[in-house]
Design a protein around this ligand. Structure first.
Ligand SMILES: Nc1ncnc2c1ncn2[C@@H]1O[C@H](COP(=O)(O)OP(=O)(O)OP(=O)(O)O)[C@@H](O)[C@H]1O
Length: 215
């Protein structure tokens, strides 16, 4: 199970954000995408998920071009974007359940309740998202990790933002467990982190000279 990028390039608003990106993320491996605001981290993550097309280059998941993959890839992928993506009028539970259903995952309300419990969010399960704090909203969207236990490619944009120390620790433990089970992880964060990935690569987008290195 491998994500392979070769000579990947991205343009936004007529400007080249990066070009010539090459990297491979295998089972149990993690890629930390770094760089200043506006460097193109979120844009790269969207390309990795097949949500937008690269300006050049190729992206393959398990040997097949990502833009040609459909349902199978969606089932193997878990993407949690940097905006919590919650509907204010729906409860935490409804938000979590509907997000999983929209992503094509078969869920039932018991599994949603279990996921919220694992995320330590049972107390707020029936609270409308509009009444939650930023950190609580973040934790509700991250609870999708517990609904997508079988995700093979986990892509997280700023997952640690707005989380308190205990929530960060719990998230790191969850991600380490997924990596140990053989998932591949690509994530961005501006915060130092301590994942125990078998292989953790760091990709620095510095606008013009992207490079991959061990941190
Ligand atoms: N749909 C779009 N149309 C035009 N320009 C865009 C679009 N989306 C993003 N951009 C531009 O692309 C650049 C990179 O944006 P991106 O969100 O990928 O950066 P980032 O590295 O994730 O930044 P941050 O650390 O602030 O989250 C920015 O200059 C942004 O204005």
């Amino acid at each position: 199970m491998t994500l392979e990028a070769s000579n990947l390039a991205c343009e936004r608003g007529g400007r080249e954000l990066f070009a010539g990106l090459d990297f491979t993320v295998g089972a149990g491996e993690a890629l930390w995408v770094r760089g200043p605001n506006g460097a193109g981290k979120s844009s790269l993550l969207r390309i990795l998920c097949g949500l937008s097309a690269p300006a050049a280059g190729e992206l393959r998941w398990r040997g097949s071009l990502v833009h040609k993959l459909r349902e199978d890839f969606r089932r193997e992928l878990l993407f949690i974007g940097h905006a919590a993506g919650l509907k204010d009028e729906l409860t935490a539970s409804e938000n979590l359940g509907f997000a999983a259903m929209l992503a094509g995952r078969p869920v039932n309300w018991q599994s949603v309740a279990d996921a919220l419990a694992q995320a330590g969010l049972s107390r707020i399960a029936r609270v409308p998202a509009g009444r939650l704090s930023q950190g609580q909203r973040r934790r509700v969207s991250l609870a999708r990790l517990f609904l997508a236990r079988d995700a093979r490619l986990i892509v997280l944009d700023e997952p640690f933002a707005a989380l308190d120390a205990a929530a960060i620790e719990a998230l790191v433990a969850t991600l380490d467990a997924r990596l140990a089970e053989g998932a591949s992880l690509v994530f961005t964060t501006h915060q130092p982190q301590t994942l125990a990935a078998r292989r953790l690569q760091s990709l620095e987008l510095d606008a013009w000279r992207p490079r991959v290195a061990r941190p």
